[in-house]
Design a protein around this ligand. Structure first.
Ligand SMILES: Cc1cc2nc3c(=O)[nH]c(=O)nc-3n(C[C@H](O)[C@H](O)[C@H](O)COP(=O)(O)O)c2cc1C
Length: 318
């Protein structure tokens, strides 16, 4: 029996409960997710992290058929981050289902498929196929790739095109939809509002910020694609500002992404309004970053006498 002098911390709800979150219908043990393209198809990290401890696994972006991606070099290190121009290389949905999904289905962790297409109809086709696959918790719709049919305007930079893509996916699936927003816009709030209206159950942000790097001796771009996407700690302040803006604009949950490398980074995003976070580039630097972040969030709850991580979401004092 506990004496009256039992410290409060011993009476609290176990941390595993304190970290649990529900994001637009996806139940997660904790708010720490892996960002698409930085965690392979999960299995690559199996010897490095306990995949069952993750909030969820978001796999590399998938298209219907396989895609070869861009010419090399495809990554460059920069101050406080990296540029990548992978060009959404992937094995295609059917190969994923056959070769990668069986392993993921053995886990006790929600699996989220990140999808992209070059036209609205392709997104709808992917969603229709995914709807019939066992063991998929949700779809993350990446709307940052070029819309060839609409004259090269990226879906994620035009509110009408963003609406159309999300609506096309919504009509084909009842799975929870996370819509991943591009930061390469003047006003991210307008896009966020459009995708919420179209039926998105959550928004995730940010994807990479367009940038470039130059080899001064060859006077050539360091990337085969000339430009690429900047990620890592360098983009964290921009991502935080955008998450803060979007969280005040939409009613659906917001998932924060951008330069998250430790628990303090994750907490900053949650305090400005993110209900969960994704860890990207940090996985390359420290493959155990996600585990350390989960442990750090647990300690923060203990140390600050907070029962449920959701209690800190959007508590920024301004
Ligand atoms: C090498 C690499 C590949 C990526 N591939 C994808 C992808 O396939 N789909 C996607 O939506 N985002 C992709 N991203 C973007 C990340 O998921 C994430 O939004 C971005 O890197 C910012 O987070 P970070 O600073 O924690 O890396 C990729 C990022 C990197 C660095």
């Amino acid at each position: 029996m506990m004496s009256e002098s039992t410290p409060h911390s011993e009476l609290r709800i176990p941390n595993s409960t304190g970290l649990s979150v529900d994001i637009g219908g996806i139940h997660m043990k904790n708010p720490v997710m892996t960002a698409s393209g930085t965690f392979g198809y999960g299995e690559e990290f199996a010897s490095l992290v306990d995949l069952n401890r993750l909030g969820s696994i978001i796999v590399k972006g998938l298209s219907l058929g396989p895609s070869a991606g861009n010419p090399p070099p495809r990554t460059v290190e920069t101050s406080g981050g990296m540029l990548n121009a992978i060009g959404l290389e992937n094995i295609g949905l059917e190969a994923f289902v056959q070769d990668k999904l069986p392993f993921l289905q053995t886990l006790n962790t929600p699996v989220i498929l990140n999808i992209y297409g070059h036209e609205t109809a392709a997104y709808g086709g992917l969603a229709e196929r995914i709807q019939d696959i066992e063991g998929i918790a949700a779809i993350e719709v990446n709307i940052s790739c070029p819309n060839v049919k609409a004259g090269g305007i990226a879906f994620g930079t035009d509110p009408k095109a963003a609406f159309a893509v999300v609506r096309a996916v919504r009509e084909k699936t009842s799975l929870p939809l996370i819509v991943k927003l591009s930061p390469n816009v003047t006003d991210i709030k307008t896009i966020a509002r459009s995708v919420e209206e179209a039926g998105g159950n959550a928004v995730s942000l940010i994807n990479t910020i367009t940038g470039m790097a130059v080899d001064i001796y060859k006077r050539k771009p360091k990337l085969g694609n000339i430009t690429g996407g900047l990620s890592g700690p360098a983009i964290k302040p921009i991502a935080l500002r955008m998450v803060w803006e979007v969280a005040q604009t939409v009613r659906v949950p917001v998932i924060g992404i951008g330069g998250i490398a430790n628990a303090n980074d994750a907490l900053e995003f949650m305090i400005v309004g993110a209900s969960a976070v994704q860890v990207g580039t940090a996985n390359f630097v420290n493959p155990r970053a996600t585990m350390e972040i989960i442990n750090g969030l647990s300690s923060y709850l203990e140390e600050n006498d907070i029962d449920q991580i959701g209690q800190i979401v959007g508590t920024l004092q301004t």
